[in-house]
Design a binder for this molecule. Structure first.
Ligand SMILES: *Cc1c(COP(=O)(O)O)cnc(C)c1O
Length: 372
């Protein structure tokens, strides 16, 4: 059985470093907001090419805290609108709602599955304050066009970079492509902790200060509370795990790209649409997403061939019970992606032999009956 994502195998590649770091933290007697967190924040800021990195408890909080910080700074207000791709993971939408603001759903491009820049401007109103592009599946969104629209309408650009650690755009790293960015270090992400974790990156000194305080009870100084903050911090143990793995991120992303290149060059099946090939490091293939109208049949075929696949995501946010107030929206491209998407295994723990098995199995698929 080829597992979709074998976290045990992925992390065993760093077993010695992780064990050593775990012991170091366990024996240090310091578990929250210490040297491990600070070291990782500095290293990750440098990696992304940003002035600031602020560790958070998870990716959802990272995005929420950015918006809350803009509110505290008087740049955004309750009920303001944030334009967001409709086909994202629900966390992006929830961050906007949790910050007391309103998500405005934008259709993606079917070629990239990222927010379609052609369709952003028609959604801008007097209440729009930000665009929140998602580098979905690991592919950097079309930031030049997004930033140009934002500049024209004085909007902030907040990247949801949870799936795209290390992806490049014009040779700059995600996390440094807008005004601020939220990352997740959920274990399955390209840079994954051994538990929950997240981070905010930004070049904005004022925003960074407010965000850091909000993540720590609204306090920038012990027992002095400037804001009604929350408790969302990257703990020392997870920071140490991430510091152990960060030096290998580029190599791991390179392996993901090499697997994706094999898939793109060798999968020949007229019933399946493959994702865009990587250009200049712009795709880190967190998810290798194919589209096919025969998604359920293909998934079953691959299961019988011993290959586990996943769907990202089976139900679009506006069709979720939790977001029923948006259920009236007509978003045909979003719905097509959610109907047709299937994720093939693509991660650094896979062997060449496993990659070939996936390719052969996909090539041997043909639908039982043509679509009506
Ligand atoms: C994983 C993810 C998040 C949320 O990250 P958590 O750490 O799980 O809170 C947000 N947005 C996207 C696109 C994600 O994939």
């Amino acid at each position: 059985m080829i597992k979709y994502c074998d976290l045990k195998k992925i992390n065993s590649a760093y077993g010695d470093e992780l064990r050593e770091a775990m012991l170091r933290v366990a024996e240090s007697g310091w578990y929250i907001l210490g040297n491990e967190c600070r070291t990782f924040e500095n290293d990750f800021a440098a990696y992304c090419g940003c002035r600031h990195c602020i560790g958070t408890g998870n990716g959802l909080d990272a995005l929420t805290i950015i918006l809350l910080a803009y509110r505290e700074l008087g740049i955004m207000d309750e009920g303001d609108e944030v334009i967001v791709p409709a086909n994202t993971y629900i966390a992006t939408i929830l961050a906007i709602i949790q910050a007391g603001m309103r998500p405005v759903f934008c259709e993606p491009s079917i070629e990239t599955c990222n927010i379609d820049p052609c369709r952003i401007e028609e959604l801008v109103t007097e209440r729009t304050r930000a665009i929140m592009p998602v580098h979905l599946y690991g592919l950097a969104a079309d930031m030049d066009r997004i930033n140009a629209i934002a500049g024209k309408h004085s909007l902030k650009v907040i990247e949801d970079a949870a799936q795209a650690h290390g992806a490049l755009y014009n040779n700059k790293c995600t996390g440094s492509l807008g005004d601020a960015a939220g990352f997740s270090f959920y274990p399955g992400k390209n840079l994954g902790a051994l538990g929950d974790g997240g981070a905010i990156t930004t070049d904005d000194d004022v925003l960074a200060g407010a965000a850091r305080a909000i993540a720590n009870y609204g306090s920038h100084k012990k027992y002095v509370n400037l804001y009604k903050g929350m408790n969302s911090r990257l703990d020392e143990l997870q920071a140490a795990m991430l510091s152990a793995k960060l030096p290998y991120l580029d190599k791991d992303n390179g392996r993901r790209r090499a697997i994706a290149r094999q898939y793109i060059n060798r999968i020949r099946n007229p019933h399946i649409t493959l994702p865009a090939a990587d250009k200049e490091g712009n795709h880190v293939y967190h998810i290798f997403a194919v589209l096919t109208p025969w998604r359920e049949q293909l998934q079953e075929h691959l299961r019988k061939e011993g290959i586990e696949t996943l769907i990202h995501y089976p139900i679009p946010p506006h069709r979720q019970e939790a977001l029923r107030e948006y259920s009236g929206l007509q978003l045909p491209i979003t719905e097509q992606i959610h109907r047709e998407e299937l994720s093939l295994p693509c991660n650094p723990a896979m062997s060449d032999e496993e990659v070939t098995r996936v390719i052969d199995a996909v090539n041997s698929f043909s639908p039982a009956q043509p679509l009506l």
